[in-house]
Design a protein around this ligand. Structure first.
Ligand code: ADP
Length: 191
């Protein structure tokens, strides 16, 4: 199973990705988590990424694409993976197509979590208090939502045209959303 999870910041992708990946026995690969780990360790990649992340901007493709290429080539991802937070731009879609094509693989599904815009800002502000993420201040949250709408939302139609999109309502309790996700993915993998 090779698939993606998409949705605006605050849609709960990270939380759901972990559970879904475990269910299908594949690693959950989150570009946001990889960047944050690099920032925490002060690596050159982290120092470069931090400038963009703190402003709510996307890290340049030159950095992100190579990082993903290396990560999905790792041993634990040879039989499948769940990508969380990549691709985020049309250029990254093309890049991922190339990576998969080179390996003779293709995507099985694109899970899209849908959420209500107002609820998102509230969720993110709450997360800021709990986790203290530097990119969870109100101004940066607004910028991240704008960037998502401009750069990433259009990807849903691209994958929809390929017949890959599985849309799931991301509002409600974590378990409730998880139940919907499993039902939708199971229905799809039985096809
Ligand atoms: P969110 O909860 O906002 O979806 P993530 O944890 O997925 O955030 O990512 C945090 C930040 O890491 C993004 O705002 C962006 O700066 C950077 N980032 C993550 N994935 C990518 C990507 N595919 N391309 C460019 N930047 C990325």
């Amino acid at each position: 199973m090779r698939f993606l999870i998409m949705g605006p910041p605050g849609a709960g992708k990270g939380t759901q990705a972990t559970a879904v990946a475990e269910h299908f026995g594949v690693p959950a690969i989150s570009t946001g988590d990889i960047f944050r780990a690099n920032v925490a360790q002060g690596t050159p990649l982290g120092i470069e990424a931090k400038r963009y992340m703190d402003a709510g901007e996307y890290v340049p493709d030159s950095v992100t694409n190579n990082m993903v290429r290396d990560r999905i080539a790792a041993g634990d991802a040879t039989d499948g993976f769940l990508l969380d937070g990549y691709p985020r731009t049309l250029a990254q879609v093309a890049e991922l197509d190339g990576m998969l094509n080179d390996a003779g693989h293709e995507l099985d599904a694109v899970l899209v979590l849908t959420v209500d815009r107002e609820a998102i800002v509230e969720r993110l502000l709450k997360r800021a208090e709990v986790e203290g993420r530097a990119d969870d201040t109100e101004d940066v949250i607004r910028r991240r939502l704008e960037v998502y709408a401009e750069e990433t939302e259009p990807l849903v139609s691209v994958y929809d045209e390929r017949g890959l999109v599985v849309a799931v309502d991301g509002m409600g309790e974590i378990d409730e959303v998880q139940g919907r996700i499993f039902a939708a993915l199971d229905a799809r993998t039985e096809d």
